[in-house]
Design a binder for this molecule. Sequence first.
Ligand code: GRF
Length: 210
Amino acid sequence: MMSDEANETNRLAVLISGRGSNMLALARAVREGAIPNAQIAVVVSDRASAPGLKLAAEQGIATLVVERRGRAREEHEREIIAALRARRVDLVCLAGYMRLLSPVFVEAYRWRTLNIHPSLLPAFPGLDAQRQALEHGVKWTGCTVHFVDETLDGGPIIEQRVVPVLDSDTVETLAARILAEEHKAYPAAVARVLRGDFQVIGRRVVAKSR
Ligand code: GRF
């Protein structure tokens, strides 16, 4: 449980830049109780054109656009942080948010910011992870949910799911197979973090010792 009061609802923010399918998977998990005792307080996009904004609004979720265009990273982030604080957000879920976060944001929500990445990190960080995996020739890939730190896709790993790479795969078919696992992995990771039944030893996120 992350919130102060035992029975208080955990307030999530989901940050997006595009399609929003992981955001929808989180919304469904909250609705169906797979992420218990939580609500999505706001979906924030750094692009007004993100299709996920409309999907969130259709679910009755509050949305906010904080345009990145033409603004310094830290100034942009300070506006997002202020918006999250105003909404008393406990946990931030990056879901296809395409701007690297500066230490200002990482520090403000350390251990309270999660990201999902479509590869088995530390393999294939950065852009086009599915294409990187296909072109490298790996036989297995997958997705990773991790805490966000100052590194690119490098924070401690909470959850991973594995999928095969088939001889017949294109980037599109492989990405679709990974995405189906992302939609399960992200809710599972969020539920675990909110339960708080883990400890971090070095880089390892492991069960709490009794
Ligand atoms: C996902 O593949 C996620 O792993 C990556 O960006 C993509 C976002 O997709 N970080 P969506 O917007 O959640 O549909």
